[in-house]
Design a protein around this ligand. Structure first.
Ligand SMILES: Cc1cc2nc3c(=O)[nH]c(=O)nc-3n(C[C@H](O)[C@H](O)[C@H](O)COP(=O)(O)O)c2cc1C
Ligand code: SF4
Length: 646
């Protein structure tokens, strides 16, 4: 039986274990950015290599697009000029490769042309979310593109890349050629599977022809498109067999999903661990080349299982290694239990895709700051009192203690976690409890004095007389402006997750851009309730990114959940819920409702901070007590505060 820690050779590279960190944008830097961004970029990847992950996929590198002058491409990764042709590309890549090599890793360049929106095999759509018809490439443009891939790969080789990976999945133009759904051509590049494979084959051959030295070339492919009109397992096997027979590639990196729907290739918690590893194994029967599987491998035990089951030769782990760069190292030391768990909140995606904020991780505020090194120990320890044991409070307390401060934390409840502990009761949020438990162990190991059952008031805080007071008292459920909310069958999302009785027919009123309303709806639907979600916003969950929402809505729909869009709650009158369209004002109603659940966000609980203002020299307010936001906001505020507490 093969083990995760058995060595393997892939083309020209050799590894002493089988965990890979596949390509992903992020690292909060840019290969071609300003010097500080480049340092960030390198530090992100080097830190993971130094912690034992020898093969890191690097960031996506965009191929130039054949566009008419002035066309401004949109969509994931759509770039007119691409990355390879930017001045300084080879020098920067060579320096990045040098640093990876010094750390003991391999340098990979993933070639991406994901902006399927401007160019495509046919003027058609790939899915149900983006509805901008692309330009269908003509034969001249395709020849140009094939040459461009070859020239670009040669530049990557000049930059000392060890691996060239072609991104032929995830809505890339290369996948669009492979897929019968998006490739409707009637020439030599469309129709039969062999014709649809032609462009990718020519691209691979152009790369081999342009790079004289030995180099590893791999294909990232979708095993099964899982969409009507797309290709499935059998055609994937044909692809693998054909490329294997031609001897032009060295490995296949396989996953399932697209970048807009269900399933998504960055699968949320609504899917199982390594859900498609067995399918990947079936695809792998068509080749004797190494197969890499990625998709919800969230811990070393799962990674081990994928390899032990023979489902893949290599296992790709992204989010768990974003959250815990030392995952592999800890496992080698027999300390995997100390690994900071990725809990699948998807803030690493949402921040960039939805809010256009820098890349970050909800549970690890050091992500994206690797180039700064750890927060330094302080020369003079200060006494710090943290009020509130939710995400912001626990993170402040832990980081401050790690810097050498003397920290105590007071919590009103008899456990840590605050509102996150409540949210963790929803079935799709179950992993949240892992991080709360990890935080508790971290505080314990750091010697932070945690006192439970303390309903802190200003007298007690002032009597304590600490140098610094941090108020992280969280938030309380917000109620909408509507009549009839004092009836017993009107509950908040918090009530429901804390176990309040709920009738069969439930209406969830969603006035929270975060995923909370859908998490509650999903939870109730899973428990057999007939759930209707009423939302006033254009989308049911505006802050949930497109990689995540499809999985949630698919399960909700399959379990009978229904959405009522663009409506607000006017009043609850016994079993009748009165609503109005938010745009036209048109009134309408839902009848025979047993329970109304208000998932309407939260209002800050900042009274203690107000009472202490001017009476404590170093007083701070953060997290939901300042303004309720995503989890990542709380941990990043904690980091920023502690970084300044010298
Ligand atoms: C923030 C983020 C950015 C990603 N960007 C890319 C990308 O540029 N190219 C790619 O092939 N996959 C990309 N992925 C997908 C990952 O490579 C991986 O397949 C996916 O996250 C599933 O693995 P995991 O469950 O271990 O996270 C990205 C994933 C994340 C979380
Ligand atoms: S933001 Fe969430 S999903 Fe992304 S790596 Fe961090 S914990 Fe995992």
């Amino acid at each position: 039986m093969t083990d995760l820690f058995d060595p393997i050779t892939v083309g020209t590279i050799s590894l002493d274990h089988r965990m890979v960190m596949p390509p992903h944008s992020g690292g909060r830097g840019a290969l071609l950015g300003r010097d500080v961004q480049f340092e960030r970029f390198c530090a992100y990847w080097v830190q993971r290599v130094e912690a034992g992950v020898q093969w890191v996929g690097g960031a996506p590198t965009f191929v130039r697009n054949p566009l008419v002058p002035g066309f401004e491409p949109t969509g994931v990764g759509a770039m007119a000029d691409g990355t390879f042709r930017q001045s300084g590309y080879v020098e920067r890549l060579a320096e990045y490769s040098r640093r990876l090599h010094t750390a003991g890793g391999w340098s990979t360049v993933q070639m991406v042309l994901q902006g399927g929106l401007p160019t495509a095999p046919s003027a058609t759509l790939s899915g149900h979310r983006d509805h901008q018809v692309p330009h269908a490439l003509d034969l001249d443009e395709m020849s140009w593109l094939v040459r461009e891939y070859g020239e670009s790969a040669a530049l990557a080789a000049d930059g000392d890349a060890d691996v060239i990976e072609l991104h032929a999945n995830h809505d890339d133009v290369l996948q669009w050629f492979l897929s019968p759904r998006t490739n409707r051509r009637t020439d030599a590049y469309g129709g039969s599977p062999e014709n649809r494979r032609r462009l990718l084959r020519e691209v691979v051959e152009a790369i081999r022809a342009r790079i004289a030295r030995p180099i590893t070339v791999g294909l990232r492919l979708c095993v099964d498109e899982m969409i009507e009109g797309g290709y499935g397992l059998e055609e994937c096997q044909q692809l693998l067999a054909a490329f294997t027979a031609e001897g032009t590639v060295d490995y296949f990196s396989l996953d399932v999903g697209n970048n807009w729907g269900a399933p998504s290739y960055v699968a949320p918690n609504t899917y199982g661990p390594a859900q498609w590893a067995a399918l990947c194994a079936e695809a792998g029967t068509a080749t004797d080349l190494p197969i890499l599987y990625a998709g919800r491998v969230g811990d070393v035990a799962t990674a081990r299982q994928v390899i032990a089951d023979g489902h893949a030769d290599l296992v790709g782990v992204v989010r768990a290694l974003i959250a815990e760069p030392r995952l592999l190292e800890l496992a080698k030391q027999g300390e995997e239990g100390n690994a900071r768990p990725c809990i699948g909140v998807q803030d690493c995606l949402s921040r960039r895709v939805v809010e256009h904020l820098p890349f970050a991780c909800a549970v690890n505020p050091h992500v994206g700051r690797e180039h700064e090194g750890p927060l330094p120990r302080v020369e003079q320890a200060r006494s710090i009192l943290v009020i509130g044991g939710g995400p912001a409070g626990t993170e402040v307390a832990a980081l401050a203690a790690e810097r050498g401060h003397r920290v105590q934390l007071w919590e009103r409840d008899d456990h840590l976690g605050g509102q996150l502990a409540v949210a963790a009761r929803a079935r799709m949020n179950a992993p949240y409890a892992d991080w709360i438990g990890w935080q508790a162990r971290r505080l314990d190991a750091l010697g932070v004095e945690v006192r439970f059952g303390v309903d802190a008031d200003e007298t007690a805080v002032l009597e304590e007389g600490t140098d610094v007071v941090v108020v992280a008292t969280g938030a309380s459920p917000r109620l909408p402006d509507a009549d009839g909310l004092d009836q017993p069958h009107v509950l908040t999302a918090v009530d429901v997750l804390q176990g309040a009785g709920v009738g069969h027919r439930v209406v969830v009123i969603a006035e929270d851009d975060r995923p909370v309303p859908l998490a509650v709806a999903d939870h109730l639907a899973g428990a057999g309730h007939a759930v209707t979600v009423v939302h006033g916003s254009p989308d049911p969950s505006p802050l949930t990114n497109k990689y995540t929402i499809g999985g949630i809505l698919a399960r909700l729909d399959a379990e009978g959940g229904r959405l009522v869009p663009h409506a607000r709650l006017v009043a609850v009158d016994g079993p009748t819920v009165h609503l109005a369209n938010v745009y036209s004002g048109r009134p309408f109603q839902l009848d025979d409702v047993n329970t109304v659940v208000l998932a309407c966000g939260a209002v800050p609980r900042a009274g203690l901070h107000t009472a202490l203002r001017g009476r404590v020299s170093s007083l701070h307010l953060l997290g939901d007590a300042f303004a309720p936001r995503r989890l990542v906001a709380a941990t990043r505020q904690a980091f920023a505060l502690v970084a300044g507490l010298d």
